[in-house]
Design a protein around this ligand. Sequence first.
Ligand code: F6P
Length: 361
Amino acid sequence: MGSTRPHEEELRSYARGMRIGVLTGGGDCPGLNAVIRAIVRTGETRHGDEFLGFLDSWDGVMDQRYVRLDVPSVRGLLPRGGTVIGTRRGSPYDRPDGVEKVRQCFAEQSLDALVVIGGNGSLTVTTKLIHDTGLPMIGVPKTIDNDVMGTDVTFGFHTAVQIATDAIDRLHTTAESHDRVMVVEVMGRDTGWIATYAGIAGGATVILIPELPFDIATVCDVVSTRHRRGRYASIVVVAEGATPVPGTMDMPEYRTDHIGRPRFGGVSADIAREIETRTGFEARVVQIGHVQRGGTPTAYDRILSTRFGVAAVEAIHRGEFASMVALRSSKVVTVPLTEVDGRARTLDLDLYRDVASVFFG
Ligand code: F6P
């Protein structure tokens, strides 16, 4: 007679120490090292797990390039920006033998699980790999853009908002001294989370986001009205992926990166030029760029990363594969990885319309 608990053997294996791989994928963000530290500390001290940190994302899995991660090796990582195991964009599907190489790595390294710390791209690839191979993987959402479906927030976002806010605070005084318009470009290829949060926190004159095409004539009206009222200087915050209403303004031609995505950066220059031409006020451009992704995470992001890392290991030991750890109403939970679904989680437009826009002008 068969066992009444078909997964008994499997469940027993989760009760002993496991051999777990970890990779970081996509663009880096503050908090990646804090997650790695939390995973290793939790797994080794609570469960007797051992860890392989695959180098340079999926490349390290396919080529079986890794470092052993243990408690001494993750000391000091909590406040450190970037990722000590490296990251890349791209996936096993970019190589003809990529998926087979991943399977081979699991078998040859006797992996019980793989933790993928990634954004939309990496997590969608993970879902597809699980579907195609059935391998035991779990996701941890990261990105400064805060655009991963299934979680209320990703770590890295608060740090990016703080950096952008600090920059805007500084720009106010120099803009006022010269009676200038400062056009501040922040990251956010599909979504205006950073622009809106930093814009509200920094007291922006107007905020332009990818979710709502902007009318440059309206932007210029807001700036002119403000200056007519005697409020000298304006701060226009724009997300890199913002676009004008079609036909109203020329846009930069973006080059593409090695995976075919537009390499954003430059919309602020076109906006500044239009503002100068149309209003007569001097405008300057500030692209905050990768400064937003570099350096130490804020306390909030250190804590969220730590909670995610602990939760990921516990989910593995419960056998909850094909899931992602997530923050939902301030609780860390697991959700099906399929919720990520390749789509960007766009800005809550109520925040933009009901709160941010009250302060425009
Ligand atoms: O991580 C997402 C992101 O920050 C986007 O907002 C931005 O367009 C992109 O990374 C740029 O990354 P990279 O220069 O590393 O390709």
